[in-house]
Design a protein around this ligand. Structure first.
Ligand code: NAP
Length: 242
């Protein structure tokens, strides 16, 4: 059986993606770091709609945790493989660079970028052997445009876009596509506390996006219909370009 793994599936965009992929027929592995109540709620929503889901907690920024969790899951699911990987877990620790602490820089790079390397490398082996896979990375407008106060976050997301394009070319012949989705401002816990009324004046559509609007783009990239799209970055930002 083909499974989908969504990192950071407990809340926000990740939850919406889990729900969409379950509707597409995938049994979904809901990864999260610590918020088990929110993850259980994602699972409940999927099951209520007739889908299948399992919780798979681990810290995506810690290589050993990633490997142990995936190995354990694979041992318990000998005939199954994770065919769809959505690298969604992410954090921001904003500050002007002149005030930025080492930990702000390292934690953002570890969570948003190194996690992509640890998890994707591990899951690619099976996708390559089975000759089918879908990898979607959650980038950001910040990684395309650069946003002041976010040198760490912009760097992590820009690097993710570069890695998406490079990896897409490495694995295309194995029917594995690798794409990125770059949201603008979407209503989740991550954007709570931002001056929404001010920010939405800059957005041509005139509002923040909904998680489901990002999940729709991810779901399309995962679908069979998107087989000829790889190494691409789809912006979901209400027209908020540079
Ligand atoms: P969110 O509401 O803050 O949720 C973050 C999710 O990531 C949670 O499920 C959290 O798990 C998980 N997570 C954080 N650190 C983790 C770790 N070390 N290991 C495993 N899971 C971890 O964020 P969001 O707004 O949905 O954002 C999702 C992705 O979209 C991120 O990559 C973000 O950078 C990107 N993005 C968001 C926006 C936006 O406007 N919201 C815009 C552009 C890009 P717990 O519940 O256990 O904490």
């Amino acid at each position: 059986m083909k499974y989908a793994l969504v990192t950071g599936g407990s809340r926000g965009l990740g939850r919406a993606v889990c729900i969409r992929l379950a509707e597409q027929g995938y049994p979904v592995l809901i990864n999260f770091k610590s918020n088990s109540d929110a993850a259980a709620e994602t699972k409940r929503l999927i099951e209520e709609a007739g889908g299948q889901a399992e919780l798979l907690p681990f810290d995506v920024s810690v290589k050993e945790e990633v490997e142990v969790a995936v190995d354990r899951w694979q041992d318990a699911h000998k005939d199954d493989y994770i065919a769809v990987l959505v690298n969604n877990a992410g954090i921001r620790r904003d500050n002007l660079m002149v005030f930025m602490q080492d930990d702000d820089w390292n934690s953002v790079l570890n969570t948003n970028l190194n996690s992509f390397f640890y998890l994707t490398r591990r899951l690619l082996k099976n996708m390559m052997t089975r000759r089918w896979g879908r990898i979607v990375n959650l980038a950001s407008l910040s990684g395309i445009k650069g946003l002041p106060g976010q040198t760490n976050y912009s760097a992590s997301k820009a690097a993710l876009i570069g890695a998406t394009k490079a990896l897409a070319q490495e694995v295309a012949s194995r029917k594995i596509t690798v794409n990125a989705v770059a949201p603008g401002f979407i209503t989740t816990d991550m954007t709570k506390g931002l001056p929404e009324d001010e920010l939405k004046k800059m957005i041509p559509v005139g509002r923040f996006g909904h998680p489901e609007e990002v999940a729709a783009a991810v779901a399309f990239l995962v679908s069979e219909e998107a087989s000829y799209i790889t190494g691409e970055v789809i912006s979901v930002n209400g027209g908020l370009y540079t």
